[in-house]
Design a protein around this ligand. Sequence first.
Ligand code: HEM
Ligand code: HEM
Length: 213
Amino acid sequence: MKKRMILDTAMLMTFLLLLDYRFVHNRGHEILGILFLLLALLHTKWNLSWYKSLHRGRWTKQRIFSILVNGVFILSFLTVMASGLLISRTVFPFHPHLSFWVNGLHQAVGYLMLIALGLHLGLHWQTILPRMQKGLSLRPSKALSWMNRLLMILIVLSGIYFSFDAHIGNRLLLLSARGSAFNSPGWFLFSRLMMIGLYASLAYYGQKLLSRK
Ligand code: HEM
Ligand code: HEM
């Protein structure tokens, strides 16, 4: 469990850092992208049982939802990686005349991946939260459960705010997006984390709703 938590956290940190293109520049972005790919390969190895059991078991609404979410996430990941390698300037600079649309595809699907990553995490919120509380030596209590609720509300509200601030809709559709007031590296990381938190909460409550009889 501990090694999974370390790997998941390392992947999340790598993802957040590589998104800040202005801060890490092209070289940093590409190297972090390759690092993310390597970590994701290990993560896939540790979760191979999920792929193997895909054709087994009952097709409940909850299961269809989680397969759809993971499917979109994995597809967006593969598209971002393939297009990233094609437009690479520093790590694999062999395609200088590639058409403009591969660039656009890479950027738009990069943002789709941020949303899908949030949803992917939300599917596991129920196991992540106790792991985090154990890590922080917090004992389950009424006060803690109220704190969790309050924190969730704050994450959702700031996730909505930062999604508008980042013009995520425009970015997905490759329309022009004005710069944000929160573009220092610290604010950038925080805003992307809150956005991931918002989409995670959507998947978490979506799954809860679907499991109701
Ligand atoms: C920041 C990146 C990611 C985070 C934080 C993350 C988090 C998690 C967590 C917490 C789990 C539960 C089991 C475990 O901890 O290993 C999990 C399962 C899984 N992850 Fe990821 N993941 C990430 C990226 C990826 C990527 C890139 C892929 C695919 C290429 C992927 C595919 C899967 C699969 C197939 C499972 C098992 C299916 C499931 O239970 O939903 N994940 N992930
Ligand atoms: C999880 C992996 C990745 C994600 C989510 C991602 C996402 C993005 C995003 C959102 C941008 C636009 C940045 C901005 O202007 O603010 C971008 C640009 C770029 N990415 Fe990635 N990327 C990933 C991996 C890679 C990899 C592995 C490579 C190459 C080895 C790569 C090469 C590039 C290049 C060359 C640009 C600049 C495109 C331009 O200026 O028009 N990316 N990426």
